[in-house]
Write a protein that binds this ligand. Structure first.
Ligand code: MRU
Length: 372
């Protein structure tokens, strides 16, 4: 189990204030033999505590247990996890550390199946590591992990800039799960759009779905938005349709964990329901995600692997039994929203609308090479 330390800062500062030093959700301290520090999100909003991941097993556990979560943050964490995982092997032969590099990447890849950013980041780390010598492998791996982190921060900022133009003064927007600074190395994806709109002086209001069963909306999104002075109202997931019917929601913005070449988008369970409701009420449904969340090897969302999590998250959430002993439970952690229900995809390279295979390939030209 990772070591934990009480957090030293009280407020969640904006990425602009933090510059490129990074820090609140995850940060690396020290040289290549340093350690990865993560804000333990399972403790929020009650306690702000960092954990220090000193072994690759600590990193795996932190991802699996959602101490760090959100597709981009998982990718950055896994990249640093490779550095951590390679630290003990530096005195072994080149063959041994190459073997270890593969093992570490495979091990980290087994932590969670849906967010493609995990596999994307591990592929990058493996590619860099494979071309190294024993003398330069550790600094090169750390350099690449830092690059992935900084790129993610920049992508968040660009998503915010592109998305803010879609938001109108005085309107209310619904979001689901947490696609904010807690889910990325920057200001987030969906929430970055709200931060950028507010920075432009637009008065907007956010409704946050609580997001059963692990309450990322209640515990994380409402906490994060409150810290950043964005007006936010918490809703139970089942209230969204009624709020739309009453004309109290003018748009929906969520993040994504994996987007197929045709725009079908996997995100936190419940996103599909929200998208169906948005269509029924003629409300725009936006999905904000960086290019690292696109999986061009998949023609459609039908083959996106959906994580099935422990039934106890539903029957005994947060330590209280709320269902009969032995009850059958389904607990898919994600669902797939078909492209035809998505009004636009907001990426760091621009807004894609209508959401079609051709438009995605045109906007994300370099990333889309090799698409089926
Ligand atoms: O299970 P989680 O909390 O990792 O799920 C996170 C989400 O579904 C987010 O919306 C998604 O990863 C986008 S984060 C920018």
């Amino acid at each position: 189990m990772a070591r934990s330390t009480k957090r030293s800062f009280e407020d969640l500062r904006s990425q602009a204030e933090l510059g490129n030093e990074g820090g609140r959700t995850l940060h690396w301290e020290g040289d290549p033999f340093g350690a990865l520090h993560l804000l333990d999100q399972t403790l929020l909003p009650i306690e702000e505590r960092d954990i220090v991941c000193a072994t690759v097993e600590d990193v795996w556990e932190a991802i699996k247990m959602l101490r760090v979560r959100g597709a981009p943050a998982i990718g950055v964490t896994a990249a640093y996890g490779v550095v951590v995982g390679m630290q003990p092997t530096m005195k072994s032969s080149p063959e041994k550390w190459r073997e270890r590099l593969n093992e570490v990447c495979e091990y980290l890849a087994s932590s969670r199946p849906t967010a493609v950013n995990l596999f994307w980041a591990l592929d990058r780390m493996k590619r860099i590591g494979s071309g190294c010598t024993v003398d330069n492998v550790m600094p090169r791996l750390l350099e690449e992990a830092r690059k992935i982190e900084h790129e993610d921060r920049d992508m968040c900022a660009a998503i915010g800039r592109h998305g803010a133009a879609l938001l109108a003064e005085g309107k209310s927007y619904l979001t689901h799960c947490n696609a904010g600074s807690l889910a990325t190395a920057g200001d987030g994806t969906a929430l970055s759009v709200f931060y950028a709109a507010a920075a432009q002086g637009k008065n907007i209001h956010v409704y946050a779905d609580e997001t059963r069963p692990l309450l990322q909306g209640a515990r994380l999104t409402s906490w994060e938005l409150k810290q950043r002075n964005i007006p936010v109202t918490l809703l139970c997931d089942s209230m969204a349709g009624w709020m739309m019917k009453q004309g109290r929601i003018q748009g929906v913005i969520t993040g994504a964990d994996r987007i197929a070449a045709n725009g079908d988008a996997a995100n936190k369970i419940g996103t599909y329901s929200v998208a169906v409701l948005a269509r029924a009420h003629d409300i725009p449904m936006y999905i904000a995600a960086p290019s690292s969340t696109f999986d061009f090897s998949l023609a459609s969302g039908a083959s996106i692997p959906i994580e099935e999590r422990d039934p106890q998250e539903i029957t005994n959430g947060f330590g209280k039994q709320t269902a009969p002993n032995g009850i059958a439970v389904a607990n898919p952690a994600f669902d797939v929203t078909p492209a035809e229900l998505i009004t636009a995809l907001i990426t760091e390279q621009g807004v894609i609308s209508p959401v079609t295979t051709e438009n995605i390939a045109r906007v994300l030209r370099d990333d889309a090479k090799g698409a089926p």
